[in-house]
Structures are given as C-alpha cells and as structure tokens.
Design a protein around this ligand. Structure first.
Ligand SMILES: [Zn+2]
Length: 415
C-alpha cells in the first residue's frame, strides 16, 4: 500500500513533531539507544520468534485504560489469539494468574511485572531519554534470566535496537504487531479518554496529568496513522465514546456485491432476496441469506443466518469487531444479535424500503453506513410486487407495537 509508513516519514516528520510537543531532548533518545545496544552486546534478539508467533494471527493489543478490567478472562486465556500487553496492562494478566505472550515496555510499568513476564513472554524493551536509569538497572537481570528480548527505540535505530514506529507503549505494541505480520489487530483497554485506569503506569505513582493527556493524544494519533494503512478494530467490550478511529473499516464495494449475490441466491430458491456477509479485517468470514420461506422459520433473516454461520465456524471472538454487509437495514431482532455479538459496523445497501433498526444500532454505538443502492431497493420492491398474494396472507399475523404499523409489518416479513 502506498500509505505505508517509512523511516523518513517517522524520523523527519512525526518524531520531530512529537518531541517538540513534549519538549523531549532527542539527543538523550540517541544516547539511550546506544546504551541499550551496548548493554546487550552478544544478545541474539527474539525477532524471529516474534514473527513466528504473530504472523497471520489475530493479535490483541492491551492498553491500561479503564475498560481493560472489562476483558473477559476467557479471552485472556484464549491460546488461538496472541496477547500483546503494553506495560502496565500486563499486571491485569498477572493478577489473573497469566502472562501475556508479548510485553511492550519502557521498563516503568513495575519491576514486578517485568520479572513475572521474564520467563514466558517476549519482552520488547524500549529505550528513550527518560529511562536510562531503568535500562541500566533492569537489563542485566533480564539478560541473566535469559528473557526473550527485542529492543526498540523511537529515534535512529542502532545495532540490535530497532524502530518499528509508534511512541507510547500502547501504540508501539500495535505497530509492532503490524510490522510482524498480524492478520488482525484488536485494541483492548485503549480508551484514550481522560479517565486513567488503575493499571496505568507508572503504577501507583503520581502522574503529570497534562503530559499524560498529551501522550494519550499522541497514542491516538499514532493508532489513527496505523489505521490509515490497515484495518484495526476495538474489542466489543470497549467502552464507547472514543469511536473516531474505530470506524476505520473502509466500506468496500466487493463485500456488498458478495451480499447481493447471497440475496440473489435466496431469490433463486424462491426466497426473499436479502443477503449478508460478515467481514473481518479484509476478508469475508461468513455468508448468509434470508431463508424464511425455504425453512418456514420466521427468524431465519439474512443476518441471523450469516451470524449463525460465523459463530459456528469461526467462534465468538472472531465475530467481535467485525463488519456486517447486508442488502437491507437490519430489523430489531437482527440488530439485537449484532449488538450482542459485538459487531462494530453495519453497512446496509437499502434503508428506504424499511428503515428498521438503524436508530437502535447507532444508539448502541455501532457505526452504520447506508449505501442507498437502487439495485437492492428495486430487487426487494420487485419481489414485494410479485408476491402480493403471499404478502397479504402472511402480514396479518404480524404483531406490531410501535411506530408505523405498515412499516413494521413489511419489515417483519421482508427483512
Ligand atoms: Zn432481521
């Protein structure tokens, strides 16, 4: 992709802007980088191992924001995922008897945390002008305990010390996953809000709130920058309110075309032409279409069929944070399922025929894109026109409660 971050974009534009904003002495960053390289002479870093761990996998990147505590424990223990903790967030693992696969740290998240991770995790140690004391103090013991180390800097890379971009532990963790070929990056506990979580570093010490705010802002911008070159999603239990970067899933025509194909498939079987596909990252993970007539099951809406297939074949964690493309705006039942399973975004081709649950979805913090495609509207309208007899027979048993009665009836039948 042409939007790929380059070393010159980082060193010539972003890094100077950040260091100016925070009044950082860049020569100290360089000094720290040299120090880290010197202290680890003879070390073989674990970059190969990290690549083997991350490449092609779904990576959860844990920040220390307040919503970290909402993470279900079974997610932490899910071995099909790669767990990458930014500094203080690792404490949440340790408190629950686990360690993350990767710890991204500038060594001020607590020595106890680092020691707890030293046996199991790959530790990505970052050097900057402010942590030379910690580097001198902790690197020898990490080497002694034969910890798996990777070394990073925010300035010009020297020797074994690399620069994979990013600035705070949290956004660097996401950039690291990107660099090492993660198929999926899901942010957990990265709230970017004014509230500071209890796992946030420096653990238990007084923090300069103004500086912290500036750093959060930089972290967010770095995540935005990464999201401009690949898709990133947030965990379904992410507390809403910071959603600008969540809505980075680019709407793609090819995915809606795949949903339309599903609708046509249903129509060819004599069914109601509504189709859906579920998209994670850059690929379709399940498909479905309305099977109400074919099965006699009123609940077999396209979205239910599609979500059901995804849950059966992929599992719940993969469904979370995905985008559903559907040829018609979801009804309230499907919206309920979409909310329940943490779908991040709905892309609908038509909401004119039936507006359905658009408002409900948006109220729940789900991003809704309405493409208003004539093709889908006509497909459904044609179907309604040609099946009036069936329609008038079945619409009577629909119970409607609120709003426009006809609309709800139509929605119930055709969605
Ligand atoms: Zn529905």
């Amino acid at each position: 992709m042409d939007n790929k971050m380059s070393m010159s974009e980082w060193l010539d534009r972003l890094y100077p802007a950040i260091t100016r904003k925070l009044s950082i002495d860049t020569s100290l960053d360089l000094e720290a980088t040299e120090l880290l390289d010197k202290l680890t002479s003879g070390l073989k870093t674990s970059e190969q191992e990290l690549r083997a761990l991350i490449e092609g996998k779904t990576c959860l990147v844990y920040g220390a924001g307040p919503s970290l505590s909402d993470t279900p424990l079974k997610v932490l223990g899910d071995r099909s995922l790669v767990h990458v903790a930014a500094d203080g967030a690792a404490r949440f693992f340790i408190e629950n008897g686990m360690t993350p696969d990767v710890l991204v740290t500038d060594l001020d998240g607590g020595n106890d945390v680092i020691q707890a991770c030293a046996r199991n995790s790959i530790i990505v140690v970052h050097a900057h002008g402010d942590n030379m004391v910690q580097i001198r103090e902790l690197i020898p013991s990490l080497l002694e305990s034969k910890a798996k180390l990777i070394l990073t800097t925010q300035t010009i890379p020297i020797g074994k010390v690399r620069n994979f971009f990013g600035f705070t532990d949290g956004d660097r963790a996401a950039w690291l996953c990107h660099e090492f070929g993660a198929s999926e990056i899901i942010l957990v506990g990265m709230d970017f809000g004014p509230e500071i979580g209890k796992y946030s570093k420096p653990y238990g010490t007084k923090v300069d709130l103004k500086r912290k705010e500036l750093k959060l802002d930089i972290a967010r911008q770095m995540i935005d920058r990464l999201a401009s070159e690949r898709s990133i999603s947030a965990s379904p239990w992410f507390s809403a309110g910071n959603d600008s970067f969540l809505d980075n899933q680019e709407v793609k025509k090819e995915f809606m075309e795949a949903a339309i194909l599903q609708a046509r498939k249903g129509m060819a079987e004599g069914g109601i032409p509504i189709g859906a596909v579920l998209v994670k990252g850059d690929r379709i993970i399940s498909r479905g279409y309305n099977k109400r007539i074919q099965t006699g099951n009123r609940m077999m809406h396209a979205e239910m069929d599609c979500l059901g297939n995804a849950l059966k074949n992929r599992g719940r964690s993969e469904v979370g944070g995905s985008t559903i493309y559907t040829t018609l705006m979801p009804c309230h039942m499907c919206a309920g399922a979409i909310i329940h399973y943490g779908i991040a975004k709905v892309v609908a081709a038509d909401s004119k025929t039936f507006p359905n649950a658009k408002e409900l979805l948006e109220r729940e913090g789900i991003s809704v894109a309405d493409l208003d495609l004539e093709e889908c509207r006509l497909m459904l309208e044609d179907y309604i026109e040609n099946h009036e007899e069936y329609w008038s027979r079945i619409s009577d048993d629909v119970v409607s409660s609120t709003q426009n009665k006809n609309q709800l009836r139509l929605g119930e039948l055709y969605e």
